[in-house]
Write a protein of this length. Sequence first.
Length: 302
Amino acid sequence: MKIMMVKNKDKGFTLAELLVVVAIIAILVAVSIVIFTGKQKEARATVCEANRTSLKHHLAADYMSGELDHLDQGGLDEYIKMDEAVCPSKGTYSITGSFENGFQIKCGFHDGDGSGGSGDESKSAVTNLIEAVEALMGETGDKSNDDIIKSFFGKAGEKYQKFVKDINMADILKNVDLKALAKQITKMNGNGDVESMEKSLEAYKNKSYKVVPYYAANGKKVVPYYVNQSSYDKLKNGKTHEQSSVCYVDGHWYFNKETNYNGTAVSSAYVMTSVDKAYKDAKEKNIKIENAMKDNGWIKVK
């Protein structure tokens, strides 16, 4: 009797397919948890982060299998279309690095400060604010902080004031180790209680602020910083800079060391002039702006 041998043509999953499936499951689980808590903004950020992780897995898997030999923006755009992986907040994805040395996929929206601005919704609020002030400076010719801020909150800047946004401090301090930050603050001040400071930072994290501009003439840079409603009202009524604890310098967020008298709680202060001094110090001492900021009482948090 002749026996027919039937070859099994079924194949297992490829590494790329398995990685994509795992990433999709992670997306569904992460999104479900966040949505059920009613935090839509965090849900969009979670989806964005998961989409970028999925894209990274897909790119890395194809590189390991020999289907992809180099990394560039054009290639990323093709994978975005293929995987339909987009930012739900309309942020644009860009790629940095290489397969050999490691690479990152960044979002123009969520890698800023995590909140959107009017106008170009693919950009963060700080980016929109910086561009708005620069456009105003081009129109008015103002070159000092006092003149720029008076113009911004005056008639000349009316069309740009929409870029002052309400933003949650949680967007800035997300994934920041508050205990480590509390230790840095108390160390820089030489006094205080780490546990009390950490609790103060937790409370600070849950508040909402407005992002407003300051112009550091020594660096020729617009520096967004956060103020409460009372300080914002003072700016609208003629003040040219106000109390704060947080600012955005050259792509990084900084937290100021200022505290209350016994070092147990965060305290906003008139510290923006120290940012201008940091730019001056960086130039005169030929040091990095990060080091100059630290010398002037600022801690880089992200």
